[in-house]
Write a protein that binds this ligand. Sequence first.
Ligand code: GLV
Length: 327
Amino acid sequence: MTDLKKYTVAASGKMRKVAYDKLNSDVNLLAWQHSGRMPAEQFDEWLSKADALYSAANIKIDENLLNKAPRLKVIAQAAVGYDNIDVAACTARGIVVGHTPGVLDDAVADLAYGLIIDSARHLVRGSEHVHSGRWGEHKGLGLGCDLARKTLGIIGMGNIGSAIVPRARASKMRIIYHNRHRRADDGKLGAEYAGFEVLLEQADFIVITATLNPSTKGMFDAEAFKRMKKTAAIINVGRGAIVDTDALYDALATGEIAYAAFDVTDPEPLPGDHKLLTLDNITVTPHMASATVETRDAMALLTVENILAGLMDLPLPVQVPDQWVNA
Ligand code: GLV
């Protein structure tokens, strides 16, 4: 039995209590559980001793950070996305990297579906009207549109995209999707494959669930918005940089598209005085698609399992796909 107490695990931010309690009893845990941000010097000092890092998607894990952490053998991120991590640099140093796909699919699909409904029915803007004493002016919002018989285009039909399908089918939507590769099970899934341009032209609502990588970065540019219907809405729960923010602003401001509802933005956090927020045809939520008690606990516990496996030189329950497998 490996004596895990000899290992030091540093956390990049505040941890869920379930994860803190488990790791704190098993290893030497260095975690900032106070309110407010951890001082950078504190984190650097912890990194210098850490055998494992419990990370979140809001820190950049690059050569600079890795140079401060010469002992690291495992990085486990409490997120499905890991575009903040230089996986090749980790691989070159023999550091195994884990993440948390699967456990957040329903929570993210719920939020995406909520944003689809908001785009159609102006829930957030309606509520803002009432909050600001403008109930009687609600007609200024204009009428919404039915989801039934509209076409939803999903960009990235992975676990989260697939979880959106039954929700949208409950609203009687037709569903098309675009992936790098057509899925063999799409008939069973209830979604039709479409080329990117066909999807842009046919969809009334487009939801992005794709990961950020060189082929999706900036995928939604001025050209893409021009191809979309003027009545279409775009929803993003993937990563902000899949959309060119300036092109999005122009498309919304000039009526090239009708609405946007984004849980992820570029930059992030989006400053309160950002030009996107001067528009009244966008809803922005603060990257909170997986933010439920059950899902954040499940992500935290899977992150702990990844860390403990990595420290014991066992295969991680979930290692990032583009890294060697530590069998
Ligand atoms: C959240 O964005 C995640 O990648 O889990």
